[in-house]
Write a protein that binds this ligand. Structure first.
Ligand SMILES: C[S@@+](CC[C@H](N)C(=O)[O-])C[C@H]1O[C@@H](n2cnc3c(N)ncnc32)[C@H](O)[C@@H]1O
Length: 382
């Protein structure tokens, strides 16, 4: 017993730096935690799941993460600095501390954990708000939707838990109506792969891309549904290749995007044919788009890309790939989120079916990330 406790204390005070080891230990520790759980613990985990998210939104709004990341402070000092009620500040800090988002030390001061400053990043704040105000209402609607739909696998883009939660609007229609929510979501997308290796840094993908020729006038890469262009910037910075780089997204999103040297932003609905100017690009890259949509819509998107592809174009579908077994919690949580909008996370076999349905051929899959199930499915014209 003393040995278990000493190992756990060592891990808490001095966790290893190596990310692979950390990930493995985290997985094992979580399995141990589940194995140790009492009825009381499982009640706490399930009944109060959304409380952590709610507490994070409150802490952001009150400026508590910011205050904690500046210096260890007493409740009195924090309350004065943020002009908050002392009783309330103490209650919220207790919540943060009990959920690992702050630390309470023996001198009665609260201080940052190794993650607190991450939570002060404005894009991370947006991700928290997006999860709370946009995703949570869909999770609440999902059980009723599934029951109404007689437990068929949700496969409708126009009628799903999101449309139930948002008075008939789809998730993307809802975003298009609110500048604030659209900004939260776009910023969320820019950081949701934080902590994972970028696909462009992977040796296999770099080698693959380096074999794709392009010259200055040619479109080298079109990032379809590329949001704020974060993947296109990363591509440009990783490779410094000749050729034009284009980011396409819905017209409601494009005005949000930065203008950035060497990147062209274009309003383009991916359910419509590619304009001539973007035909025959060397690479059509599409990340985390297909998982938003049911199969019939994915096939439409891929057909339009396929029609634009020339004999030497490649399609790179960058998505989470569901393994045959032992899917991680993060992956299945994403899958449930996608279920709310009629989409899903897919296996390689399911991606092959989509390619086939769009008249394209499957070439290979490159798994590029040790930390996550993400990979690139390569497709070509038949
Ligand atoms: C889950 S986000 C992924 C964004 C980006 N590719 C990434 O990986 O971070 C899906 C993107 O699809 C875009 N989108 C949704 N409907 C669209 C449409 N009809 N035409 C073009 N883009 C659309 C959204 O605006 C959003 O940027």
């Amino acid at each position: 017993m003393a040995e278990y406790i000493s190992t756990l204390e060592k891990l808490t005070t001095n966790p290893p730096c190596d990310p692979t080891l950390r990930k493995e230990l985290h997985g094992k520790a979580r399995s141990a935690l589940y194995a140790l759980e009492s009825v009381h613990d499982v009640q706490t985990r399930i009944f109060f799941g959304p409380v952590v998210l709610s507490g994070a939104v409150i802490a952001i709004d009150m400026g508590l993460f910011q205050a904690l990341s500046e210096a260890p402070q007493t409740v009195e000092a924090i309350s004065t600095n943020i002009s908050g009620d002392q009783v309330l500040v103490r209650r919220v800090l207790r919540l943060l501390s009990s959920t690992g988002l702050a630390l309470e030390d023996s001198n009665g001061k609260y201080r940052a954990t190794h993650m607190t400053s991450y939570l002060t990043n404005p894009a991370v704040e947006s991700a928290v708000k997006s999860s709370f105000y946009l995703c949570l209402p869909m999770y609440v609607a999902l059980p009723q939707y599934l029951s109404d739909y007689r437990y068929c696998n949700p496969d409708r883009a126009d009628h799903n838990a999101a449309t139930m939660a948002f008075n008939g609007l789809t998730f993307f229609q809802r975003l298009a109506q609110s500048e604030k929510e659209k900004t939260w979501f776009s910023q969320y997308m820019a950081i949701h792969h934080d902590g994972e290796e970028s696909c462009w840094k992977s040796r296999e993908i770099s080698e693959y891309v380096s074999r794709i020729p392009a010259d200055g006038d040619q479109v080298l890469m079109v990032d379809v549904g590329g949001g704020m262009g974060h993947q296109a910037f990363a591509f440009r910075n990783a490779y410094h290749r000749q050729g034009r780089i284009v980011v396409q997204d819905h017209e409601s999103v494009i005005p949000l995007t930065y203008t950035e040297a060497g990147i062209e932003f274009v309003a383009q609905d991916f359910f419509t044919p590619q304009p001539d100017a973007y035909k025959n690009a060397r690479i059509y890259y599409i990340r985390n788009v297909l998982h938003d949509w049911p199969d019939d819509k994915c096939i439409k998107i891929l057909e339009h890309i396929g029609d634009a592809m020339g004999p030497n174009s490649v399609l790179m579908i960058d998505e989470k790939i569901v393994p045959n077994r032992d899917a991680s919690d993060r992956l299945v949580f994403y899958d449930l989120a996608m279920m709310c909008i009629g989409g899903m996370e897919r296996t390689v076999g399911q991606f092959k079916k989509l390619l086939h349905g769009a008249g394209l051929k499957y070439e290979s899959t490159i798994k590029y990330c040790k930390e996550a199930p993400d990979g690139i499915i390569i497709g070509k014209k038949i």
